[in-house]
Design a protein around this ligand. Structure first.
Ligand code: FAD
Length: 317
């Protein structure tokens, strides 16, 4: 019996979220008196997982899995869990894992808790703390099934290094045509840029920027911070920016360490998707803008003056 994690990777490299999940799983395994096994898919070098508490890695290599496919990936994770006799299966709350996790839970006849924000409050009974209502409330959920699947919210648990090395072994799950019933025909990738899902810092622009021609200053700010760019819904609806960048309730969720909102009013539907970010900064001419109510830091000022000054100042560091 071990704790199993799905350690995500992209283009042959482990993602940071894989190390976060490993750190989390290590603590869960300690409280259960067991070890951590990770399953990876076409992940290349997986040795780093050992530094974050993983004892064993089941490495799956299969060209058919180069593109994420929820059903097939869920089957891989399910078979890895069965092979290890895992009683707790832990995934992240990334877009891919959010698709796969419920399918894994159904396959294992397991209870499932998403949006888990802390280590289990107890493991017997197994009780986890989850966020709810767009992060406005928490709830305690008890999982009573023999096998439990949990999806941990991004950035709710930091990296914590452990001494040790993971033993890697090849793992070949049985996949059949039904696993590939859902065909991904096209994948649009934003190349060379930090993606919103992986970013520690997100710089986001709203209608206050007046038009797409004014995004250069936000791009400069994002470059100097190594940040991903995002925008409010109207900005993408107006075609100023791609829908890839739309964040909020109906867009991508953001759970970065730092979220900088420039010329964004802070409508409830926007805040709902970005509220999990640790530190929120608002830059807005209107001191009554709702964003200031949830912001940790606020600058009441004209973005066209504030942002270029910020960029110049940050370049000094
Ligand atoms: P505005 O509300 O127009 O705000 C612009 C802000 O810029 C103002 O606060 C203004 O003071 C400020 N400003 C103006 N000039 C400057 C300047 N020079 N410098 C600095 N500040 C300046 N919205 C989302 O973002 N994401 C969603 O997922 C989303 N989902 C929705 C779902 C539903 C069902 C509905 C009904 C709405 C949804 N919306 C969503 C829309 C949301 O309600 C708001 O309309 C939207 O977030 C407003 O975008 P904004 O802040 O960019 O624009």
């Amino acid at each position: 019996m071990s704790v199993l994690i799905y350690a995500e990777s992209a283009e042959g490299k482990l993602k940071k979220v894989a190390l976060e999940i490993a750190s989390y799983a290590k603590k869960v395994a300690e409280s259960l008196g067991t070890t951590v096994t990770a399953v990876t898919v076409n992940a290349g070098d997986v040795s780093e997982l050992g530094k974050y508490g993983v004892d064993k890695v089941l490495k799956v290599s299969n060209d058919k899995l180069n593109t994420f496919n929820a059903k097939a990936y869920a089957d891989v994770i399910k078979q890895a869990a069965q092979k290890e006799g895992a009683k707790v299966v832990i995934l992240s709350s990334s877009t891919d894992s959010s698709y796969a996790a419920p399918i894994v839970a159904v396959g294992l006849e397991a209870g499932f808790a998403s949006n888990v924000v802390a280590l289990p409050e107890s493991t017997s009974p197994f009780v986890v703390k989850r966020n709810a209502f767009s992060n406005k409330a928490f709830n305690q959920t008890e999982l009573t099934t023999e096998v439990k699947v949990i999806a941990v919210a991004k950035n709710s648990f930091g990296l914590s290094e452990a001494s040790g090395a993971a033993v890697a072994e090849d793992f070949t799950p049985t996949l059949n045509d039904a696993d590939f019933g859902l065909v991904v025909e096209n994948v649009d990738k934003v190349s060379g840029k930090v993606t919103i899902a992986d970013a520690d810092i997100v710089v986001s622009g709203g209608r206050g920027l007046k038009g797409p021609e004014n995004w250069k200053m936000l791009e400069d700010l994002a470059d100097v911070l190594g940040a991903a760019l995002a925008c409010s819904k109207p900005v993408s609806d107006l075609g100023w920016r791609s829908h890839e960048e739309h964040v909020g309730q109906t867009g991508k969720p953001v759970a970065s360490n730092l979220y900088i909102a420039v010329g964004i009013s802070g409508a409830i539907q926007h805040i709902a998707g970005v509220n999990s970010s640790k530190v929120k900064v608002a830059i807005n001419t209107d001191p009554e803008a709702p964003f200031f109510k949830v912001a940790d830091y606020g600058i009441v000022g004209d973005a066209f003056q504030v942002v270029p000054q910020l960029v110049e100042k940050l370049k000094e560091f």
